[in-house]
Design a protein around this ligand. Structure first.
Ligand SMILES: Nc1ncnc2c1ncn2[C@@H]1O[C@H](COP(=O)(O)OP(=O)(O)OP(=O)(O)O)[C@@H](O)[C@H]1O
Length: 363
């Protein structure tokens, strides 16, 4: 039994006006339930971002028609796709490991889509040659996938997905198979291609950098649900879950505000510059935390706690320090400062955060 949304009666009445993607994806997989609503305008790139097992791939597969919806709806440019088989959907997919046909040349891999959709062999190959040229791969048309570099294979996979002129482009962890150096370059190229794409693009990633560079809007999924969505900068400024706060590298707390004081649920009170009341989040970066061996005398910081070092790790050219105490904290400091403080797991330090460096916003 499914509980697909009812569509209005009448001939093709399910084909409602409205361009772009309008979906509510409800999918049951064993005990896991995905329930995610997604609206994306043509020309917009949306990243589904979330931890392992959040349901991102399931959402992508549901959009492609590779797993059936248990409920909800799926409309693209006004047409209902719920019951359209995958091969008949105007959808192009770039799979995580590209899934190029190993026995076909780059050109024939790209020509495959147009051919399947009725183009003659000559026409399909002409279109494929055009797509490869756009990807800067004309010189590799005759090459089999195993002879392509990771970055080239990624571009062939993208050309193959775009060659069917999809109204919905799906990319599953598009950069995951690449090493760090190639990734940087391919990310920049992919961004250019996505910017030129005039229909809906949805990509799935657990890499915040990929999401922030490639997407206009982020939809963060945890436990099968959307927990936050917005522009990359909006989300980075105002994270609403621990997962997102960790991704963007912020300390995040939830509490009750009364004026400039925020009382945390099981912790101390924080002083903030914002004047708010009711449930709020308070966030500040690890760089806003200063550490002292002794209680600083006459410090103007209102937020001062005696903490214990729980762990230390290198983070870029900084040392990232995890602290426990009245609240959990992450602080960044230079290696020199860490040595001067004699930091080691178990060391006791005083942590200070100026109110001006905190940011409070309604929960
Ligand atoms: N074929 C399946 N049968 C039953 N449960 C499944 C199946 N595939 C996935 N799941 C479950 O669905 C949930 C979501 O998995 P999914 O792969 O969509 O997550 P994800 O966000 O893409 O994670 P990852 O980043 O690890 O790929 C997980 O709890 C997983 O165990």
């Amino acid at each position: 039994m499914t509980d697909l949304d009812e569509t209005p009666a009448g001939a093709r009445a399910q084909d409602l006006p409205g361009r772009g993607l309008d979906a509510r994806l409800v999918v049951d997989r064993g005990t896991f339930r995905l329930d995610v609503s997604l609206t994306v305008a043509p020309g917009e790139v949306v990243a589904l971002l979330g931890p392992n097992g959040a349901g991102k791939t399931t959402a992508l597969r549901a959009l492609a028609g590779l797993v059936p919806l248990t409920g909800g709806h799926l409309r693209l440019d006004g047409a209902a796709l719920d019951r359209t088989p995958p091969e008949a959907r105007p959808v192009g997919v770039v799979f995580q490991d590209y899934l190029l046909f190993p026995h076909l040349s780059a050109l024939d891999n790209v020509a495959f889509g147009p051919r399947c959709r009725g183009a003659s062999r000559t026409e399909a190959r002409a279109q494929a040659a055009e797509w490869l040229a756009r990807m800067g791969l004309s010189g590799h048309a005759g090459v089999k996938p195993r002879r392509l570099s990771g970055g080239q294979a990624q571009r062939v996979a993208l050309a193959r997905a775009l060659a069917v002129r999809p109204r919905l482009l799906l990319l599953d962890e598009p950069l995951a198979a690449l090493d760090a150096r190639t990734r940087l370059e391919v990310r920049a190229q992919l961004r250019r291609h996505l910017a030129e794409f005039e229909a809906v693009a949805v990509l799935v990633t657990h890499d915040p950098l990929d999401a922030m560079v490639l997407a206009d809007r982020l939809v963060v999924v945890e436990h099968g649900r959307v927990v936050q969505e917005g522009t990359p900068s909006g989300i980075a400024r105002r994270p609403r879950t621990d997962y997102i706060a960790r991704l963007v590298g912020l300390n995040l707390y939830r509490g009750q505000a009364a004026g400039h004081t925020v009382r945390l649920a099981d912790g101390p009170a924080l002083t903030t510059t914002e004047d708010l009341s009711g449930p709020v989040f308070v966030a500040f970066p690890p760089s806003a935390v200063t550490l002292h061996r002794d209680r600083p005398a006459g410090s103007s910081a209102r937020n001062l706690w005696r903490c214990e070092v729980a762990g230390l790790e290198a983070h870029g050219d900084q040392i990232r320090v995890d602290l426990t105490g009245p609240l959990r904290l992450t602080a960044d400091l230079t290696a020199v400062a860490a040595a001067e403080l004699g930091l080691h797991p178990g060391a006791v330090v005083w942590a200070a955060v100026k109110a001006a460096q905190t940011h409070a916003y309604p929960a």
